[in-house]
Write a protein that binds this ligand. Structure first.
Ligand code: PRT
Ligand code: ZN
Length: 289
């Protein structure tokens, strides 16, 4: 049990698309949460953290008011609510985009053709900003759910809704024509945290960044003939430089290094071509540099 009354209060989604990833992120940061099922709040026994489970739409307000010190929310909700909070870190999950979609049967002739149209959306502020930036005036109908059915039932001509795979739009006879915003989940914080809360946030952020970094990297072990070592090492960036250990079989070495996801397949092919053998790739749990 952590012996302190001072806890960092975090607001996360109670249920929905961000819930699972938010709880998993805290777990990967080594933070155990007591019995999270069907609770409105819980605490951790091994980190001074108190968790509030809320509707995602309410999280920016709670953080602005200081009821919660920090929160996890999609940028789409954050920008729509336009509350006075700071973004601390992009979290890389809950990725989607806010897009304009029109009936598939309709020919789309650019943003100007939205002039005077009825647009159904749950994001009136973001849509209005987008239209304004493009010099278009349209009639925005705010609806809170099932936006994609609006054209089919005659409520609107066009929709602006969140899209990830695109299958919901497709199934409702719509096609995506403009992207208003690319969104992902972010960690936000209250603008006036005291020194102690700030310190706890730094500790949490340090862990989040180690988890994120580990996910983007793999640990690679391979065997290299000594006469090819130089060429092989040149292909491996490593954290400082690769570890090289002699193998029992003279003339061979074991090389260990870290490769990032983006360059991974390209480098593995080149390593093989350069004479590397027995290449093992291992996930990394945490990475602190
Ligand atoms: O109850 P609460 O208010 O907390 O939840 P909610 O129903 O408002 O939100 P929820 O759980 O649906 O989504 C939470 C957050 O997840 C959103 O604010 C986004 O930041 C993020 N997110 C990521 C998405 C999607 N992807 C997504 N695809 N939110 C919603 N969708 C919906 C979209 O509205 C549409 O109905 O999924 C449908 C489209 O998906 P595709 O795959 O068919 O394109
Ligand atoms: Zn919501």
């Amino acid at each position: 049990m952590v012996q302190t009354n001072n806890r960092l209060k975090i607001a996360i989604q109670k249920s929905g698309r961000l819930y699972e990833d938010s709880v998993t992120l805290l777990k990967e940061c080594g933070i155990d949460l007591r019995n999270v099922k069907d609770r409105l709040r819980t605490e951790s026994d091994n980190f001074p953290l108190e968790v509030f489970f809320l509707r995602d739409d309410d999280i920016p307000q709670y953080v602005e008011d200081g009821v919660a010190d920090i929160g996890i929310v999609g940028e789409n909700v954050l920008f729509e609510k336009n509350k006075s909070v700071d973004v601390v870190e992009k979290l890389g999950f809950g990725k989607c985009r806010l897009s304009v979609a029109v009936p598939r049967s309709q020919e789309y002739k650019g943003i100007a053709s939205l002039e005077g149209k009825r647009i159904a959306t749950s994001y009136p502020r973001l849509v209005e900003e987008f239209l304004h930036a493009n010099g278009v005036k349209a009639d925005i109908h705010e609806i809170s759910g099932s936006v994609e059915i609006a054209p089919g039932i005659g409520l609107a001509d066009v929709v602006a809704d969140l899209v990830s795979s695109g299958s919901t739009l497709f199934m409702n006879g719509l096609k995506e024509v403009e992207t208003i915003l690319q969104s992902q989940s972010v960690l936000i914080k209250n603008k006036s945290l005291d020194a102690e809360q700030q310190n706890l946030l730094h500790k949490l952020l340090f862990r989040i960044q180690a988890v994120k970094k580990a996910k983007r990297n793999k640990y690679v072990l391979l065997n290299a003939p000594n006469d090819k070592l130089k060429e092989i090492i040149a292909l491996l960036p490593g954290m400082k430089s690769p570890t090289v250990l002699p193998l029992a079989d003279s003339g061979w070495s074991s090389v260990h290094s870290v490769l990032s996801e983006d360059e991974f397949w390209d480098r593995i092919e080149k390593l093989k071509a350069a004479g590397a053998q027995g290449i093992l790739v291992v996930p990394i749990e945490k990475m602190v540099i």
